[in-house]
Design a protein around this ligand. Structure first.
Ligand SMILES: *[C@@H]1O[C@H](CO)[C@@H](O)[C@H](O)[C@H]1NC(C)=O
Ligand SMILES: *[C@@H]1O[C@H](CO)[C@@H](O)[C@H](O)[C@H]1NC(C)=O
Ligand SMILES: *[C@@H]1O[C@H](CO)[C@@H](O)[C@H](O)[C@H]1NC(C)=O
Length: 443
């Protein structure tokens, strides 16, 4: 878990990390066993070639970072995602992004298909998983970063024009990084389910990587931000227990193997302790369900345990840095939990003398989505390109620099400082979000 979130969650009594295990456990019905039978740890990973943009729908984007991985090592790390508005590829948040995207596709792919977005979502996911496959060239080595953040932050330039050195950072047996390896395992296990029916060979390859990475993470338990101090400044980690459980949950979901379920049940006690309960009572998914209910009820505004981490008009608000990350995640979990209630014919959720229906969860989730899309005191959509009023000055290099501008590392800053709106609209980008007082500074 990243430090930012961890500190907030601990201090406010939240347990975000628990809900993910519950949900994995709740939807076990779809589990399958076939992949494991066909693939063994000994299979040699294959590398995915080439990164020339195909089907590019964004006129102001072109090829960039084509030599990533190739100068230092013989790797093709040209795909993957840059972090936020900058040009570093950070493996930890990138893997989490892929997992959540997989999850959204698995749950709501039919809705995406109805609005003709499913293939785009799958392509975006594959753009990351292609990268992750190449970043894991042998069983016990995982590359977790491309680029030097100090150098990168000193520049403001389009990725297509970048010429700086792109050093690599990796974890292995000597420099373990259990959270990043496990998060990557989760990404690949969940993506293997997405691609199973589309491309069985690719799906099997992802699954093999997921298994190997889980073994690496579980065998060499150590935090990557202890092994590699330089990562502390960006995506610091407070521990790897939650990622190991998250990875095991996805592997269980992908395989139905009891081994992973036992891991999820037993390791919860090892990593997070058990309060005055016998071990046998802990070896039960019921505890995960209770945690999920507690989280859902902390989110709902009128529950006895409602979190006070929200703005006056009801936006879940936990931290100033990237404030929309928590409300958007909360909306996803609430709508999902409501849907799980419907599919399991659970009419009512009872909690400390109150009861909730799936509609209550859906209503709450929609209120957050509406807030993000413009029903807020600023009357502004925080999703760029949506509605009539949205941020014009997002902190994004490609968006802020005209395509035909010739910039090097430093002189591009005049575009960051420019008082004119960004020349390229980053349609679909979500900005960091409002302050606790619900103002937003668009500059
Ligand atoms: C990173 O997290 C560790 C563990 O919580 C903490 O001791 C350390 O001070 C953090 N480092 C930075 C730069 O925030
Ligand atoms: C941009 O603004 C920063 C301060 O915010 C300043 O240090 C820098 O010199 C400016 N650069 C250009 C090219 O205008
Ligand atoms: C809202 O909060 C921000 C950040 O704390 C602060 O900079 C700003 O002045 C506040 N605005 C108002 C209108 O209180």
């Amino acid at each position: 878990m990243g430090a930012d979130v961890a500190e907030q969650t601990k201090s406010k009594g939240w347990c975000w990390y628990l809900i993910v295990f519950v949900i994995g456990a709740l939807v076990v019905a779809a589990a399958t066993l076939t992949i494991l039978k066909n693939f063994h740890n000994s299979a040699k990973p294959t590398s995915i070639p080439g990164a020339i943009l195909v089907n590019n729908r964004i006129a102001w984007r072109g090829d960039s970072g084509l030599r990533d991985g190739g100068n230092e090592e013989n790797l093709d790390l040209s795909r993957g995602m840059y972090d936020a508005g900058d040009l570093i590829k950070f493996g930890f948040p990138m893997a989490f992004t892929a997992t959540v995207l997989s999850w959204a596709i698995l749950e709501y792919g039919d809705h995406m298909n109805a609005v003709k977005q499913l293939e785009h979502a799958q392509d975006s996911l594959k753009w990351i998983t292609d990268y992750l496959i190449n970043a894991h060239p042998s069983a016990n080595v995982l590359y977790v970063q491309v680029g030097d953040p100090e150098v990168d932050h000193n520049c403001w330039e389009r990725p297509e024009a970048m010429t700086e050195k792109r050093p690599l950072v990796k974890v292995n047996m000597l420099f373990p990084g259990a959270e990043v390896a496990a998060e990557t395992a989760a990404a690949m296990a969940s993506a293997s389910m997405v691609f199973k029916k589309i491309d069985f060979t690719y799906s099997s390859m992802l699954f093999m990587h997921a298994q190997q990475l889980f073994i690496l993470a579980d065998t060499y338990q150590g935090s990557y931000s202890v092994s590699i101090l330089q990562v502390q400044k960006y995506y610091n980690s407070t521990g790897y227990g939650d990622e190991l459980l998250w990875a095991a949950t996805w592997l269980y979901h992908a395989t139905g193997k009891q081994f992973y379920l036992r891991y999820v049940l037993l390791s919860r006690i090892n990593f997070f302790g058990a309060k005055d309960e016998s071990t046998s009572e802990n070896l039960d998914l019921q505890l995960y369900r209770e945690s999920a209910e507690a989280i859902v009820c902390a989110l709902l505004p009128d529950s006895p345990t409602a979190t006070s981490s929200r703005t006056e008009s009801g936006l879940i608000w936990v931290s100033e840095w990237n404030s929309l990350q928590h409300p958007v995640a909360s909306a996803f979990l609430a709508v999902l939990y409501g849907d799980y209630m419907l599919t399991t014919q659970t009419e009512t959720l009872y909690y400390i003398g109150k009861s909730y229906k799936p509609e209550d969860l859906h209503k709450f989730a929609i209120s957050l989505a509406d807030y993000v899309l413009g029903n807020n005191p600023m009357k502004m959509s925080y999703l760029i390109g949506y509605g009539s009023s949205y941020p014009q000055y997002a902190h994004h290099r490609g968006s802020s620099i005209p395509v035909d501008a010739k910039t090097g590392c430093r002189d591009g800053f005049k575009w960051l400082n420019s008082s004119h709106p960004n020349p390229n609209v980053a349609v679909g980008a979500l900005v960091g979000g409002p302050f606790l007082n619900e103002t937003y500074n668009d500059s």
